[in-house]
Ligand binder design. Structure first.
Ligand code: TMP
Length: 238
């Protein structure tokens, strides 16, 4: 399958058309941004890791009943995916307080929740991705009530799977963000990516951060952290 014209360039990926109108090629970049693009940088080799990690995790998720856009890995950085129209919701699931939750509600990072928190943001860079609830999403016409129900159920299934999966790699899943899309027949599938760019992952023994917070917070060792997560995932899958 060959790349045709570039349809879209995002902060971390480029998306290309293919000869099949139902299929796209995603090309992962090493570019990293934070704080809605205010901070810019490069994480050497990140595109390769995020491509391969996301693909492996999506194949696991398919097996536990979460449909995804994944079709086939084409190269180090390129993957064939089903074309979707993205539901403009950033779906965040939190198991432990961190990041914007800690800031907004004045809760220390590291507080473990007894019940995972599902949160939606309106995927809109010019508004700074504002937090919203289901009624807001319905009022804005972002999705139907049925779609929101499906999305929340899938997000909780993703959390259940990933929490256990990372735990068996010695990694604590703090929180993550996922996005969903509609296929041409309206079916909701998991889209975008699952990687250290989109998850908070802490070493279970030391608490060391193994994710994009190392870049956001200038902690150093960013490339090593991504490589360590990938190494543990590959070891787990063998
Ligand atoms: P937050 O605490 O900054 O709201 O982030 C929650 C989770 O979502 C965290 O795992 C990082 C991820 N995330 C993204 O993937 N993209 C984003 O643009 C933001 C703000 C967070």
């Amino acid at each position: 399958m060959e790349k045709k014209e570039m349809l879209y360039e995002g902060k971390a990926k480029k998306v290309y058309a293919t000869e099949d109108p139902q299929l796209l090629i995603v090309d992962y970049k090493d570019d990293a941004t934070a704080f809605n693009g205010l901070k810019k940088g490069t994480i050497e080799g990140k595109g390769i890791i995020n491509n391969q990690m996301s693909n492996r995790l999506m194949q696991h998720l398919e097996k536990v009943g979460v449909p995804t856009h994944f079709v086939r890995e084409l190269s180090d950085r390129e993957t064939l995916v089903k074309k979707v129209s993205i539901v403009p919701l950033e779906v965040i699931v939190r198991n432990i307080a961190a990041g914007s939750f800690s800031k907004r509600y004045g809760v220390e990072e590291g507080k473990v929740f007894t019940h995972p928190v599902v949160e939606f943001s309106y995927k809109n860079d010019s508004l700074g991705d504002p937090l919203l609830n289901t009624d807001h999403a319905l009022a804005l016409g972002l999705a139907t009530p049925e779609e929101i129900g499906t999305i929340e159920a899938y997000a909780r299934m993703v959390d259940d799977f990933l929490r256990n999966f990372w735990s068996s790699c010695g990694i604590t899943l703090v929180d993550f963000k996922v996005e969903f899309g509609r296929l041409s027949d309206g079916t909701i599938v998991l889209a975008d990516e699952i990687s250290p760019d989109t998850c908070r992952l802490w070493d279970s023994k030391t608490g060391e951060k193994l994710d994009k917070d190392r870049f956001r917070r200038d902690l150093g060792g960013v490339e090593d952290a991504y490589a360590e997560v990938m190494r543990r995932l590959v070891a787990h899958d063998q």
